[in-house]
Structure formats: C-alpha cells, structure tokens
Design a protein around this ligand. Structure first.
Ligand SMILES: NC(=O)c1ccc[n+]([C@@H]2O[C@H](COP(=O)([O-])OP(=O)(O)OC[C@H]3O[C@@H](n4cnc5c(N)ncnc54)[C@H](OP(=O)(O)O)[C@@H]3O)[C@@H](O)[C@H]2O)c1
Length: 237
C-alpha cells in the first residue's frame, strides 16, 4: 500500500469522522499529509500523533485562513475538501445566519480552496470534494440548505474539471450516503428512516469512503474527472 508515496496531501476538516479516516488512509498509502480542524483540538492532536500528519487549526468559513494554510503547505499533489456542516430543521424557523455559515463552509470554501490549491498544484494533481448523495436526492424534510450545498459541489467539480483538465489535474466529488460519524451516528434517531430507503440497510464506515477517496487520489484514476461518485448503500438508487 504505497500508491501515494512521494505525494503531498492536505485534507480540509480532518479531525473526525470521514476526514480522519481519509487522513489515515492517505498516510497508509505513503502520502505526506496535513489536515485542518476547527474546534476539535484534542481529536486533531490525537490523529496527528497516531499518523504523523500535521494538524493546523483553520476555520473553513474563513477564506483567508484556509488560503494561508494552502500557501503554507507548498505545492500540493492532493487536496481533499471534507469539512462540512449540516443544519437540520424547519427552514421557516432556522436562523438565517446558520444557513449562511453552512454555505460558507460547504460551498464557498470548496471553491476557493480548490482554486487556491490549483495555483501551484503540479500537473497530474487531484482535487476531491466530499459532497453527499443528498446532492442528488433529498427524501426527507429539514435539510434543504444542506442539499442545496451538496448540489452546488456537483457543478463545482464539473466546471473546475474543464479548467484544470489541460494540466492533467482531476476534480471529483465523492457522494456518501449515511456514514457512521458524529454528524450521523449509526444508532441515531433517523436510523430506521434512512435504512428504509437503502438497498444495503446499514450506515457506511468512514474507512469505506476513505478507500474511494484514496483510489481517486491514486495513479490509476487519471482518466476520472468532473464526476460524481456516489457511495451510499443504494440510498439514491
Ligand atoms: N456522515 C454522513 O452520513 C455523511 C453523508 C454524506 C456526506 N457527508 C459529508 O462528509 C463530510 C464529513 O462528514 P462527517 O460525517 O465526517 O462529519 P463530522 O463527524 O461532523 O466531522 C466533520 C469534520 O469536518 C470538520 N469541520 C467542520 N466544520 C469545519 C470548519 N468550519 N472548518 C474546519 N473544519 C471543519 C470537523 O472539524 P472540527 O471538529 O475540528 O470542527 C470534523 O473534522 C461533510 O462534508 C459531510 O457533509 C457525511
């Protein structure tokens, strides 16, 4: 497992859940990795100690802070934008400021981070954003802004794939279904409802998502770009 030996990777939002699994997998594949976190300092320090990946505090809602982290890493071969938030509830009652922050983290940040990284990315680089199957299908009420943000990621990767294709840089969207993390625990109150629309009636594991990310980041995926990669146990089937 050394498909990423000699590659430099940055994972935005890597302290917990899917992001942490991606950091672990990229390191296992031989990459030199760094990751950002916002509030989970302890989890970030533990992951850094375990993997030797470098942890950097930077709020993805802060465009300049993220641009500074990217510039500070030097040219990156791999960027994974994982940081994301969900705001759940009746849209007529939710705080509009919370929705604006969701759009900052889930939409504005992937766009600006990808562009800032692309400035110095070597030919053949890899940009991967973690979207969601909810970009395609939103079968439950209460998540309109989240679904909006994940649909936006689809357009982002289609467009940037065109811009960066001439340099052999691929841009892809990984769209998980329910995955067992703090955001969506496998034993949470929505478990039965979510599993009822799935072909494989369980939450995914963060490591399953990380395996797909590692493949897209690797040398065998150079012809895959501008695409949406759904990994959802059949949630959207
Ligand atoms: N779990 C699911 O069922 C599921 C399904 C589809 C898509 N996704 C997507 O997968 C991604 C990861 O989800 P998850 O389930 O692993 O979530 P999670 O358990 O809540 O973890 C979120 C991670 O993102 C980081 N993060 C959040 N806001 C940030 C910010 N403003 N700046 C920097 N880092 C930030 C968190 O860091 P801190 O803790 O340090 O703040 C944490 O490391 C998200 O984009 C999510 O939308 C998840």
């Amino acid at each position: 497992m050394a498909t990423l030996k000699g590659k430099k990777a940055l994972v935005l939002g890597g302290s917990r859940g899917i992001g942490a699994a991606v950091v672990e997998r990229l390191v296992a594949e031989g990459a030199e990795a760094a990751f950002t976190y916002a509030g989970s300092k302890e989890a970030a320090s533990a992951l850094a100690a375990k993997t030797k990946a470098k942890a950097v505090q930077a709020d993805s809602a802060d465009r300049e802070a993220v641009a500074k982290v990217i510039a500070g890493q030097g040219p990156l071969d791999i960027l994974v934008v994982n940081a994301g938030v969900a705001v759940v509830g009746d849209p007529l009652e939710l705080d509009p400021a919370e929705i604006d922050r969701l759009i900052d983290v889930n939409v504005r940040s992937p766009y600006h981070a990808a562009v800032e990284t692309a400035r110095k990315m070597p030919d053949g680089g890899r940009i991967i954003v973690i979207g969601s199957v909810n970009g395609d299908r939103m079968p439950f009420p209460g998540l309109a802004a989240y679904a909006l943000s994940k649909s936006a990621v689809q357009g982002l990767v289609r467009g940037l794939a065109r811009d960066l294709g001439p340099r052999g840089i691929t841009v892809n969207n990984v769209q998980p279904g329910p995955v067992d993390t703090d955001m969506n625990p496998a034993d949470g109150p929505m478990k039965e409802t979510m599993h009822s629309v799935m072909a494989i009636k369980r939450h995914g594991r963060p490591s399953e998502i990380a395996a797909l990310v590692a493949f897209l980041a690797g040398p065998e995926a150079g012809y895959i770009t501008g695409a949406q990669h759904t990994i959802d146990g059949g949630f959207g089937a």
